[in-house]
Write a protein that binds this ligand. Structure first.
Ligand SMILES: [Zn+2]
Length: 298
């Protein structure tokens, strides 16, 4: 069963709310991704801001942004309908931290964390000095809760995720298949939040995610092109044919033949920058150019 493009707006729940760009100013005044200069001169780097936004995403898409560092999200514990859980970015002795406070019901801190599959450690920003995972790991159950997807679906043959280990931390194995559905390699989700969420084994080749589902796209006559595996999972669960790049900015022109015969290719571009480089890469491919449509989520 394959959905129609008219169902696409539901896909928007995956994405964060656009930041208040006017409040962002670069410390150096250059054109690189903007960090934040607070009135009290406290500086949060672009990496920290991205980590903060990623952490907010664990609480779903509905939120009120009061400032770039002050956000109200839905409390996962008490059946919140209007965002009343403060999730603010602060600096304390251990560095940047997300501070949670359920203002309407005073829900227990630990219950809130459990409900979204985060740990106290996840609420602190960690530098990653030597490429080893700094996170507390990730299980299918946590991943399912954070993405609002059924665990059964993720473990089913359709996706075939498995709980495993990566350098001593819990990880979710994400198998990649070829067009025939034969297993080729795996990538590993090692964290729910942070800069480095999915990793590959050294020496493994890179390939698009979801090649075994191209038949669905042929039948539906469109496909969603997304960055990363998790957007594929969300799309597939909604019956939307999708193919993903393994991480950001990795589309290779020689992959374009996989999309032969699919009349519409919808590229998801997030306002905060995710997907923009993917768009620039695919739009430069002659054989794709006429079939591309940019879907900008806000
Ligand atoms: Zn609450």
């Amino acid at each position: 069963m394959v959905g129609s493009p008219s169902r696409l707006p539901t896909f928007g729940v995956l994405y964060g709310v656009r930041g208040k760009k006017e409040a962002l100013r670069s410390r150096k005044g250059n054109n690189e991704t903007k960090g934040i200069v607070m009135e009290n001169k406290l500086y949060f780097s672009p990496e920290i801001m991205e980590w903060y936004r990623e952490t907010l995403r664990c609480f779903g898409s509905e939120r009120v942004e009061k400032s770039p560092t002050d956000t109200d999200v839905l409390c996962p514990v008490h059946g919140d309908r209007n965002p009343s859980l403060g999730a603010d970015l602060r600096e304390n002795g251990r560095g940047p931290k997300v501070v949670l406070n359920c203002r309407s019901q005073g829900c227990e801190y630990q219950e809130i964390l459990d409900a979204v599959g985060l740990t106290t450690t996840d609420l602190y920003y960690h530098e990653e000095p030597n490429g080893k995972p700094s996170s507390a790991g990730c299980t299918i159950a946590q991943y399912a809760r954070a993405k609002g997807l059924p665990e059964d679906f993720l473990k089913s043959d359709a996706v075939a995720l498995e709980d495993t280990e990566w350098w001593g931390v819990e990880a979710v194995e994400i198998p990649y298949a070829d067009e025939e559905g034969d297993y080729v390699l795996s990538r590993y989700r090692i964290s729910l939040a942070g800069d480095r969420k999915v990793v590959s084994k050294k020496g493994d080749t890179v390939m698009p995610y979801g090649l075994n589902r191209l038949d669905d796209a042929q039948e539906a006559e469109y496909i969603l092109l997304v960055e990363g595996e998790s957007d594929c999972h969300s799309a597939w669960h909604r019956g939307i044919p999708a193919i993903g790049t393994p991480g950001a900015n990795t589309w290779k022109p020689e992959w374009s033949h996989y999309l032969d015969g699919i009349p519409r290719i919808l590229v998801i571009v997030e306002p905060d920058g995710g997907g923009r480089e993917l768009w620039e890469k695919v739009v430069a491919v002659d054989s794709l150019f006429r079939r591309l449509e940019k879907v900008v989520l806000s």
